[in-house]
Design a protein around this ligand. Structure first.
Ligand code: ASP
Length: 315
């Protein structure tokens, strides 16, 4: 069982809790490959997905995960909901709360909005991405993918490359990989590095060759154009030339280095399309597969907590 009522970020998780989620996800990954994909961990429970930002992978992954565990799953159409009529986030949450969901999966464009909402409802809340802040299940699925490919999740050199400044994926990964004692390098243009990055104790470079040298894992990030309000990059062509991952740049990493991307990908901007599809190097499809397993594990563990302490003294 986790020591938390909600899954809001990697920040609050201990190393043991991360390992617990990954170990359970490993069992669900095996189950998902079998013909018997269903179990009853969430039987009788109601899961509501509230996505205030577009999502393909994450929303469908949470939906499949809940259904495989026997929950009743509802997707709120947020664009069509009361939000467009001016209702506040909290009012929407309180309305939903009155319908007694057990699990609320929330994505929101503002950092901190999901944590705020969690304070107002009685159910368990899972953060499916809040602004540039955190995307915990993404970091967990990345960790599981790395652990399966490399046989361990410590003492690896991991290069996270691209638009670090706007990326909740980078932030959650940085926290998780740091906790598990890996060497993390951030690689990208200086304009796309968050301020104060030097204080995080990671290596930072704007040069792909230096950043990728000897890396076990190369994690590429999408240029988050929707979060940019100015000229962060010269042009997409120039960006690809300097920071886009292609075979020549990947040659600086270890010969068995794996290539990751959380999706959605901008082919020909941050990654070469052929490389992204190269099953000998790219684990991008495995990331999607592990996403379902990790979300099953996270919801199962939170549900166990709800059953043990329905009124919830946990935070
Ligand atoms: N899908 C991930 C997220 O929601 C990564 C991305 O959008 O670039 O943060």
């Amino acid at each position: 069982m986790l020591q938390h009522r909600h899954l809001l970020g990697i920040e609050g998780l201990s190393k043991a809790e991360i390992t617990m989620i990954l170990d359970l996800a490993e069992l669900y990954a095996a189950q998902n490959r079998s013909s018997q994909k269903h179990s009853q961990a969430l039987a009788g429970m109601t899961q509501v997905n509230m996505f205030f930002e577009a999502s393909t992978r994450t929303q469908s992954s949470f939906e499949i995960a809940g259904k495989r565990l026997g929950a009743d799953v509802m997707n709120m159409q947020m664009a069509a909901s009361s939000i467009t009529k001016g209702e506040t986030l909290i009012d929407t949450a309180m309305t939903l709360n009155a319908m007694h969901p057990d699990l609320l999966v929330v994505r929101h464009p503002h950092s901190g909005a999901v944590a705020l909402l969690a304070q107002k409802v009685n159910c368990a809340v899972l953060n499916a991405g809040d602004g540039r802040h955190e995307h915990p299940t993404q970091a967990l699925l990345d960790a599981l993918t790395i652990r399966r490919a490399k046989g361990r999740l410590h003492r690896l050199t991991i290069a996270i490359c691209g638009d670090i400044a706007h990326s909740r994926v980078a932030r959650s990964n940085l926290l998780l990989l740091g906790k598990m004692e890996n060497r993390v390098r951030l690689v990208g243009p200086r304009t796309l590095m968050p301020s104060g990055i030097g204080e995080l104790g990671v290596e930072v470079t704007d040069d792909m060759e230096t950043g990728l040298a000897g890396a076990d894992v190369v994690m590429m990030l999408r240029l988050q154009k929707e979060r940019m309000d100015g000229g962060f990059i010269p042009s997409e062509r120039e960006y690809y030339h300097r920071w886009g991952l292609d075979a020549a740049k990947l040659a600086h990493a270890k010969p068995d280095a794996i290539v990751m991307h959380p999706g959605p990908m901008n082919r020909g901007v941050e990654i070469d399309g052929v490389l992204a599809d190269d099953i000998n190097r790219s684990v991008i499809q495995e990331q999607v597969e592990m996403g379902v397993a990790v979300r099953m594990a996270a919801m199962d563990l939170l549900a166990r907590g709800l059953k043990a302490q329905p009124e919830g003294t946990m935070v």
